[in-house]
Ligand binder design. Structure first.
Ligand SMILES: C[S@@+](CC[C@H](N)C(=O)[O-])C[C@H]1O[C@@H](n2cnc3c(N)ncnc32)[C@H](O)[C@@H]1O
Length: 247
């Protein structure tokens, strides 16, 4: 089991380190994701206290976040739709299982916290995922939802920056010039998830109380998440922190 050091603070040195790791992400994803996982776990522990809590990691991939959250004393169950993703760590991380984020196999109100990082843009029904996150949270429990929004500079994943040509022409032109991407094909494993409609859905949700919206990688620039259109580009990766409210 390997652990990672979380990048320090919120300033330039942190961004420089994350950028360096991100540039190598395609060839060597583990250091980037482990650093982000360590940072997220510290943040969540400071906000909510993770010791002796029950946390669900939705779309957990190889389990780097689950492992980081466990280091703060949480009991973490991870689910993912892909066996290949679940077994990618060497050795594989335990306590993860196959599951569908749009139809979670857990009873209502069964977790103190629900974590979902960089998965929402990979499902064709993001609202179903949000409904499920709210359903399985205990009243007062915390939710962490982050995703790469479509008009982010990284929103097209392999086909960046063709997403700026829109969902109809962007993927077509990309494939015409470069052939199909190795993964994250639009309409199959990648979908256009925008910030505006997602926030509207969450703010109108009877079980969700949205507490804070921020750009995940530059949280100090939080005011941009309140500006329609601008936020769709500059946020890069949108993080919504919420709690499940009593009904
Ligand atoms: C980009 S990875 C993110 C992994 C990890 N959460 C992270 O932030 O590094 C997206 C993951 O979502 C998973 N996924 C996509 N659709 C899913 C679904 N409907 N249910 C569960 N997992 C899903 C994929 O298999 C993949 O492992």
């Amino acid at each position: 089991m390997t652990s990672a050091e979380a990048p320090n603070g919120t300033g330039i040195a942190r961004l420089r380190l994350l950028w360096k790791l991100f540039r190598d992400e395609r060839q060597n994803p583990e250091p980037f994701y482990r650093a982000l996982a360590a940072e997220s776990a510290i943040d969540l522990n400071q906000r909510y206290g993770l010791a002796q809590t029950n946390v669900l990691d939705i779309g957990c991939g190889p389990g780097w976040y689950a492992e980081a959250l466990r280091q703060h004393g949480a009991t973490v169950v991870g689910i993912d739709g892909s066996v290949e993703a679940l077994t990618r760590a060497d050795p594989p991380i335990t306590g993860l299982s196959i599951g569908d984020a749009t139809r979670l196999a857990f009873p209502d109100a069964s977790f103190d916290g629900v974590f979902c990082s960089n998965m929402l843009e990979h499902v064709n029904d993001p609202e179903a995922v949000i409904n499920e996150m709210a359903r399985v949270l205990k009243p007062g429990g915390w939710g962490y939802l982050s995703w790469t929004n479509w008009y982010s500079p990284h929103g097209g994943h392999h086909m960046n920056p063709y997403q700026y040509l829109g969902t109809r022409w962007g993927p077509r032109l990309y494939e015409k010039r470069h052939g199909p991407p190795p993964d994250n094909r639009f309409g199959k494993e990648l979908f256009a998830v925008h910030i505006g409609p997602t926030l509207r859905f969450m703010r109108n949700h009877p079980q969700i109380s949205v507490h804070r919206v921020e750009p995940r990688y530059w949280p100090w620039a939080r005011p941009i998440t309140a500006i329609p259109l601008v936020r769709e580009v500059l946020t890069w990766n949108c993080l919504v922190r919420f709690t499940r409210q009593d009904i």
